[in-house]
Design a protein around this ligand. Structure first.
Ligand SMILES: Nc1ncnc2c1ncn2[C@@H]1O[C@H](COP(=O)(O)OP(=O)(O)OP(=O)(O)O)[C@@H](O)[C@H]1O
Ligand SMILES: [Mg+2]
Length: 356
């Protein structure tokens, strides 16, 4: 037949992906193969593993583009293949599969663009609150340079068990407050972790998630390290995270950091959904006046950020002394039925509902 592959590719330029800034499927690398037969054209389109809601539309548009341009009577077939862009690349020296995550329903990263916004506080309390609601929950502390889970749960003195199955060593998570916990802090003193070079830190991190016997979980939360550097990119690539939530404080100056956090998940090669924004330190309530709210960082900042990035505001957590104390003495505020504890319960309900 009088057609060339290049020509077919050119026709496929007409098929734009509405969710990818109207780039066409050829420049997006989705055209995996073009085969020209006697009186037929077969095109194979590649989709990422997570379901592309526009798949049907793109297949139909590709077919229409070829029919429009090809000689009358050409049979057109569009095949599809699934290519997981985020599939882990095997690294030498670390051969970890996802077996230990096979019974985990939702793996959610807790991230922020900036340090010190209360990400670990929120992650630990959210885990405890989800457990109080009856969900099976685990939390992996992915902050290899400054692990906080051992202190925030008063488990510093404990050492997780390891089990050997043939050549393979598996680590058992600690259990407390109804949550399974894992942190590099159980194995290395913070001073040791600080001198780790990048690749070593990355490997340790993956082991803290992939080599742990999590068992059956509704939620595995991953407390991400602050920032948006190499470790983060490697983590979101190599762990089969479903998506993320972003923690921020309400100041307008935090906006640029939220944007960095959002972009880390939304960039083309990662492309994971962000399920919501959590506004921490939304207002201050003094212990002696539990009904008062002082918006010391300004009011409505979280809502504005959420709107700007088109993500829901999942919850607001006040700044109260009992939350900090709970972190310091290892008894998370979410265990209590005070207003701050209930704020975490409300947040947990909202997240569970969002992911249902
Ligand atoms: N809502 C809150 N009310 C009172 N104190 C809070 C609140 N959130 C966090 N803090 C306190 O702020 C400090 C920093 O919190 P945390 O360690 O959770 O932040 P982080 O974002 O995880 O920091 P890093 O970037 O170092 O990982 C801690 O002392 C914590 O107890
Ligand atoms: Mg932290």
């Amino acid at each position: 037949m009088n057609m060339k592959i290049n020509e077919v590719n050119k026709w496929l330029f007409e098929v734009e992906h509405p969710a990818k800034g109207d780039k066409n499927i050829v420049e997006l690398g989705m055209v995996e193969n073009v085969e020209i037969g006697e009186d037929s054209v077969t095109v194979t389109l590649a989709f990422a593993k997570h379901r592309d809601p526009l798949a049907e539309y793109l297949i139909g548009s590709a077919k229409a583009a070829i029919i429009r341009n090809a000689p009358a009577g050409t049979k057109v077939e569009i095949k599809t293949v699934i290519k997981d862009e985020a599939a882990p690349k095997k690294k030498p020296g670390l051969d970890l599969g996802f077996e230990e995550l096979s019974e985990v329903k939702h793996i959610i990263g807790i991230a922020s663009g900036k340090g010190g916004v209360g990400k670990s506080t929120v992650a630990v309390n959210l885990a405890v609150a989800l457990a109080r609601l009856g969900y099976k929950v685990g939390l992996a502390d992915a902050d290899v340079y400054g692990p906080s889970v051992p202190k925030m749960t008063a488990t510093e003195a404990e050492m997780p068990d390891a089990i050997m199955e043939g050549e393979k060593e598996t680590i058992m998570p600690l259990e407390k407050y109804g949550v399974k916990w894992m942190s590099i802090g159980y194995f290395a003193k913070p001073e040791q972790a600080l001198i780790w070079r990048g690749p070593m830190a990355c490997n340790a991190l993956k082991q803290m998630i992939l080599q742990v016997r999590w068992g059956e979980l509704d939620f595995l939360l991953i407390d991400m390290p602050p920032g948006t550097g190499d470790i983060h990119i490697s983590l979101v690539h190599d762990i089969p995270m479903e998506g993320a939530v972003i923690v921020s404080t309400p100041q307008d100056v935090a906006l640029a950091d939220v944007e960095k956090g959002v972009n880390m998940f939304r960039n083309e090669s990662v492309n994971k959904p962000i399920f919501g924004l959590i506004e921490n330190m939304a207002w201050f309530t003094p212990a002696e006046h539990p009904d008062e709210k002082y918006y010391i960082f300004g009011q409505g900042g979280g809502q504005r950020m959420a709107e700007k990035y088109g993500i829901p505001l999942l919850g607001q957590i006040p700044i109260v002394q009992s939350i900090r104390e709970g972190g310091d003495n290892g008894e998370p505020a979410a265990l209590s039925s005070r207003p701050d504890g209930l704020a975490f319960i409300a947040l947990a309900e909202k997240l569970a509902e969002t992911l249902k």
